[in-house]
Each structure stands twice: as C-alpha cells, then as structure tokens.
Write a protein that binds this ligand. Structure first.
Ligand code: ARG
Length: 281
C-alpha cells in the first residue's frame, strides 16, 4: 500500500479505535459539467483554495488519530476529489462503483485498481451505484442503509446485500439537491443517525422513524449547508463549518463537532463526507 502515499505524507499512524479513510487531493478539481443542482459551470472555482481546504481536512483526521490513505488524482476527472463515490467497503471487502454519469465513469476503474493493488477483495458491480455516496453501514445495528432515486439503482441494494451477506435498508431520495444518501443522512456512531426527513419519500421517512426513534433531526437549513455530509468517529463529528445550526444540534446530542471550511468543494455539490471513503475492516 506504501506506493499509494505521496512522499510528503506522514507515515500512517492509526490509534486503537481509529478509522482508516481514503481521500483524493483535488489537484484537478473544477466544475466543468453540471450533474447536480449545486454545480454552476459559470461560477469560478479556486483549485488552489480547494486543495488547501482539503489538506486541512486530512490534517483534522490524522490529528484525531485516524489514518488517511490517498488515491492519486487523475487529470480530466474533476470530481475525483469526492472519493466516497469510488466504492463501498465493509468487512474489508470493496464493492465497486458504477457511475450514473459518463463524465465520472473512469473514476470507478481508478478505485478498482487502488483496492486491488492494496490487496483488498474487490467485487465488480453489475448495477449502477455510487459507492459510499449512497451506502453506509451501522455496525451496532448490523444494517447497511442505502439510497436510490437519483444515482444508485435500487437493484444495486440487492447486489450489495449479496456481496456483504448483510441486511440492506432501501431508502428513496426525492429532493434533487440531496441526490446522494450522504447528503441527507449520516451515522453518528454505531447505532445512531442524523437525517433530513424531507429528503426522503414518505414510506422511507416512516421506516427511518421506526428504525431510529433516537435520530438527530436536521432541518432545511442544516441540509442546505451540507450539515449532514459529516464524518463521525462516534465521538468527534467533522462537519462543514457553514452548518452552524447542525453544529449546535450535534453538541446538544452529546458529540464533539469539529467544523472545517470546505466552501470551495461545495461548488461541486459535496462536502466532508463526499471527500472521505471509510475503509471498514
Ligand atoms: N459533483 C459530484 C457529483 O455530482 C459530487 C459528488 C458528491 N459526493 C457525495 N458522496 N455525495 O457526482
């Protein structure tokens, strides 16, 4: 795995209980096409600023005792910084992505190569799915939560259940601004989640209420500030700094919010979680 790290990167130090995250530096980040409502091809993007914000995010993770691995960015793939979409990893198995839009299709191959080179078991998908963008896992509940409606094909949910031998809860997304599950819902710890109810179809909302009566409920402002696109290690919640209301809710719920400025990456329709793929052992 060594060869995937750049020479400037500190050696990976993972504390007990620390997580392992895969990230991709936004060296070629731009908004060259618009495949979600946040992307405005006429608005300027500052790639250097995006890189600085991204480096700060990586430093926050290592500072919290987590290990950060890197996948090499590729020219011509401006969205590759959103590493969460490249695959979904549980139990050390990587279930590969298959992108909805042709612009992002080659990213799936880059991630496949990376996982295979790292010696990880890799399953090539038959159905369209955008990795951790639409899948997450709650170990305390032994449940995979999966989104569909915009990007991931619901048939990929059954495929994932088959790959991991785990139960998958299908949730239908209905608001185009929250086109990936990770823009509308996130795990806070092994068993608890936060979500924005209006992003989901009525049946899915009912299901979430039944499964997670203790959830932290986000409002329209929290969601619009990408306040649900956070990464939690069960204690610290790394969250977009613009989501001030969400920061308060997280603190009130007993977590320690760690706000980061990812304003430049928001122009592509993503934030903290989109930039972070968790490699679950
Ligand atoms: N521009 C990217 C897209 O529309 C953003 C992806 C955000 N990633 C995420 N995990 N939500 O596909």
């Amino acid at each position: 795995m060594e060869k995937h790290r750049s020479s400037t990167e500190a050696p990976a130090i993972r504390e007990p209980g620390g997580r392992t995250y895969l990230m991709c530096r936004p060296s070629y980040y731009a908004v060259e096409y618009a495949i979600n409502p946040w992307m405005d091809t006429s608005a300027p993007v500052d790639t250097a600023r995006a890189c600085a914000q991204w480096e700060a995010l990586a430093e926050v993770y290592t500072g919290l005792g987590h290990e950060v691995l890197r996948i090499e960015p590729e020219p011509g793939l401006p969205d590759m910084v959103y590493a969460a979409n490249g695959a979904f990893v549980v139990d050390g198995i990587a279930y590969g992505a298959r992108f909805r839009h042709p612009e992002r299709a080659p990213e799936a191959d880059a991630h496949e190569k990376w996982h295979r080179a790292a010696g990880r078991a890799f399953v090539k998908p038959e159905h369209t799915n955008e990795g951790e963008g639409d899948f997450t896992y709650l170990p305390g509940r032994e449940l995979i939560l999966a989104g569909w409606g915009f990007r991931t094909d619901a048939r990929a949910h059954a495929e994932a259940a088959d790959v991991f031998g785990r139960q998958v809860v299908s949730l239908r997304l209905v608001d185009p601004r929250y086109y990936h599950l990770d823009t509308a819902l996130a795990p806070l710890d092994d068993g608890r989640i936060a979500y924005y109810p209006d992003a989901f179809a009525p049946g899915s909302r009912l299901l979430l209420e039944r499964l997670f009566p203790d959830a932290v409920i986000a409002d329209a402002d929290d969601a619009a500030a990408f306040g649900l696109n956070f990464v939690s290690d069960g204690t610290h919640v790394v969250v977009n700094a613009e989501a001030a209301g969400m920061v308060r809710k997280l603190r009130d719920a007993g977590y320690e919010p760690v706000p980061v400025d990812l304003s430049e990456l928001k122009k592509g329709g993503g934030s903290v979680k989109c930039c972070t793929a968790e490699l679950r052992r």
